[in-house]
Ligand binder design. Structure first.
Ligand SMILES: NC(=O)c1ccc[n+]([C@@H]2O[C@H](COP(=O)([O-])OP(=O)(O)OC[C@H]3O[C@@H](n4cnc5c(N)ncnc54)[C@H](O)[C@@H]3O)[C@@H](O)[C@H]2O)c1
Length: 312
């Protein structure tokens, strides 16, 4: 990886991944793009271009003119938003991916795009969900993620394109607000705990979902991108997770730091329905074996760090 272009770089993942890549590969070698303006988000010297991922020609020009050899495609519509705008979600998630894959093919770029636990559905086994299993999601987000995994496999087998991906769980971070996903409560709860001492959850008590702290997600992405290709059997996409948790567990952990914290519930049927269709705990064994995935943060360590960072 010498010259990397990211799409959707101003989002929850991109805003932290871009900075990590700038440190690792040099500011000049990272071209961050997004449909929105950056407003200096990545520093004065950063290379930033506005790009609507629906415009494949502009992406092609940016990749060609900057000698890009790696594309990290993050621009997408997330689960809860996609359920409110399913047709638009399909358009952005699939045409955006197709445009990026085609440009990667033309310029022989390494390619990374995230999948999600949303690629599983209610008929998938809920505990220790295997790497390869039934994938019949019932949300538009999930449908687009399964199609994305398959399309990336297709470009690898048909064209030899070096495609790689991770099935991310809910990601928890403090730098940029999450972008309309089903697991967003697990970020909001920390902000509300610090600001108001209480939180009203849109998912019910006992809703177990996989989660991971952003530093582990960023490390997993870099590790997969740098992994020896001969070790990668499950390229698109690896199950990765650090914890299987539900709202009461986070609340109990927050109470260790903010004893008066209270949690109540006002369940959103759309997001609850999506969450209920997803696994409780996926099995990341393939990621461990094939590229050394090893998350550092559990719920206790993450909660301590989140509260410190949010308080700051
Ligand atoms: N954050 C999570 O918890 C999570 C979990 C699983 C998978 N993922 C996947 O990771 C990827 C990135 O997620 P995120 O959380 O950073 O999302 P986000 O919603 O925070 O950010 C997406 C970014 O894409 C940009 N964007 C939207 N439409 C665009 C377009 N037409 N052209 C260019 N840019 C556009 C937005 O401006 C935004 O900055 C997505 O594929 C998502 O499905 C995220």
């Amino acid at each position: 990886m010498k010259r990397i272009l990211l799409t959707g770089a101003l989002g929850q993942i991109g805003s932290e991944l871009t900075t990590t890549l700038q440190h690792k590969y040099g500011v000049d070698n990272v071209i961050a793009t997004d449909i929105r303006y950056s407003d200096g988000a990545f520093g004065e010297d950063a290379r930033f271009e506005t790009l609507d991922i629906m415009d494949g020609n502009r992406l092609n020009e940016l990749v060609k003119n900057n000698n890009v050899d790696t594309i990290i495609h993050l621009a997408a519509m997330l689960s809860a938003n996609a359920e409110h705008h399913p047709q638009r979600a399909w358009e952005i998630n699939m045409t955006g991916l197709m445009n990026s894959l085609e440009v990667a093919r033309e310029h022989d770029c390494k390619f990374f795009t995230p999948s999600s636990i949303g690629a599983f559905g209610p008929s998938t086994i809920k505990q220790s969900t295997p790497q390869i299993t039934v994938q019949r999601p019932t949300s538009m987000y999930g449908v687009s993620k399964v199609a994305s995994e398959l399309l990336c496999d297709y470009y690898y087998t048909k064209y030899g394109l070096d495609t790689r991906g991770l099935r991310f769980p809910g990601l928890i971070s403090y730098l940029t607000p999450p972008g309309g996903g089903t697991t967003d409560y697990a970020v909001d709860i920390y902000y509300k705990a610090v600001e108001e001492g209480s939180y009203t959850s849109f998912l019910s008590a006992g809703t177990y979902l996989d989660m991971m702290y952003m530093p582990d997600a960023i490390q997993a992405t870099v590790d997969l991108l740098e992994a020896d290709p001969s070790r990668l059997k499950n390229r698109n996409a690896y199950n990765v997770t650090a914890m299987s948790i539900e709202p009461e567990m986070i609340a109990a952990e927050i109470k260790k730091h903010i004893p008066d914290f209270t949690l109540s519930y006002d369940v959103d049927p759309v997001r609850q329905g999506i969450a209920d269709s997803w696994p409780d705990a996926i099995d990341p064994t393939a990621a461990k074996e094939e590229f050394g995935f090893s998350p550092l943060y559990d719920l206790e360590k993450m909660t301590k760090d989140m509260l410190e960072k949010v308080q700051k």
